[in-house]
Design a protein around this ligand. Structure first.
Ligand code: ZN
Length: 270
C-alpha cells in the first residue's frame, strides 16, 4: 500500500483555516479535550485545580462558543478555565482568547517574541478580521514550567515556524494510566532556508526532549498533518475495547516527527 509521507496542503486547506461553519470535539484522554474546526484545533487540559486551554483557534465568536460548548458537553465547567497558553503568535492560535479573558479572567501565556506580531497592529490593517486585543500576562521562556493543580506543562522554545514558537510536553491520563503527550507548536516549516534550518534544529531538539520525557502521545494543532478530523471522528465512536489512537508509543512519536522533516526537506530541495 502506498501511504502518503506528508499532508497535502492545498488552497482549500488554507481557506479551511478561516471556515467557522463547523466544529467537532472529542474527549481523547480522561483529562484532555480536543476542539477543532476544519483545519485548526485547540486543547483543553483538566487539572485538579481547573482547566487550561492550549491555543484558541481563530478570533471568531463561533470558535469561542464551540470551545465552551465542548467543555460543557464533556461535563466540565467553563468557569473553571484558569489559563490560556499559546504555542505561537499566529492568528489561528491566538484566536478567540479575548473572550476567555473577558468572561473568565484567565491568565494568558505566550513568548514575548511572538507577542511582537501584535504590538504595533492589534488589528491587522489589511485584514480587520485578524486581531488580538488582549494582553499577554506571562511571557514564556525556554525551560519554563506551568503548573495548575496536579498538572505541569513543560515549555520548550522551538523557533522556526515563528521566531518565538513554543512546544509543550505534558502528562495525560488514559483510563487512569499516565502517558506523556507532546504538542509541536508551529506546524509547517517556514519559507526561507535559514529559518527552515532553525526549524529542523528545533525539531531535533524537541524529539530528544520528548525521548527523555518518555513521550508516547503525539498531538498537533492542525488537523491536516495527522488526519486530525478522522482521529477525532474515531475517538467519538471508539468502543471501550478499542485503542486510543493518540497513543503511538515512544518510537511512534519519533516516527511521527518525520512528517516535519519531510515537509522541511521539500522546501530545502527547491
Ligand atoms: Zn502558525
Amino acid at each position: 500500500m502506498n501511504r502518503m509521507n506528508q499532508p497535502l496542503i492545498t488552497k482549500e486547506t488554507i481557506a479551511s483555516m478561516e471556515d467557522m461553519s463547523s466544529f467537532t470535539y472529542a474527549l481523547i484522554f480522561d483529562d484532555l479535550l480536543i476542539v477543532a474546526q476544519k483545519e485548526t484545533n485547540c486543547f483543553v487540559l483538566k487539572s485538579s485545580d481547573g482547566l487550561i486551554v492550549i491555543d484558541a483557534i481563530w478570533p471568531d465568536q463561533k470558535a469561542f462558543d464551540a470551545i465552551i460548548h465542548a467543555i460543557k458537553e464533556v461535563g466540565w465547567e467553563p468557569e473553571s478555565v484558569q489559563k490560556l497558553i499559546l504555542t505561537h503568535g499566529h492568528v489561528d492560535h491566538t484566536g478567540c482568547g479575548k473572550w476567555f479573558v473577558e468572561k473568565y479572567g484567565v491568565t494568558t501565556y505566550l513568548s514575548q517574541i511572538d507577542d511582537m506580531y501584535w504590538r504595533d497592529h492589534p488589528v491587522k490593517p489589511d485584514r480587520p478580521n485578524t486581531w488580538k486585543d488582549y494582553e499577554i500576562d506571562v511571557y514564556l521562556n525556554h525551560g519554563d514550567t506551568i503548573t495548575l493543580g496536579d498538572k505541569t506543562i513543560y515549555v520548550y522554545s522551538t523557533p522556526g515556524h515563528t521566531p518565538g514558537g513554543l512546544s509543550f510536553i505534558f502528562p495525560v491520563m488514559e483510563e487512569g494510566t499516565p502517558h506523556m503527550a507532546a504538542l509541536w507548536g508551529g506546524t509547517t516549516p517556514p519559507r526561507t532556508i535559514p529559518a527552515v534550518n532553525q526549524y529542523l534544529a528545533s525539531l531535533e531538539y524537541f524529539m530528544s526532549v520528548a525521548q527523555f520525557h518518555n513521550v508516547d502521545v503525539a498531538l498537533s494543532n492542525h488537523t491536516a498533518v495527522d488526519n486530525g478530523l478522522e482521529r477525532i471522528a474515531y475517538s467519538i465512536k471508539r468502543m471501550s475495547y478499542m485503542p486510543n489512537i493518540y497513543i503511538i508509543g515512544k518510537k511512534g512519536f519519533q516516527n511521527y516527527c518525520q512528517v516535519f522533516r519531510t515537509m522541511s526537506n521539500q522546501i530545502l530541495e527547491k
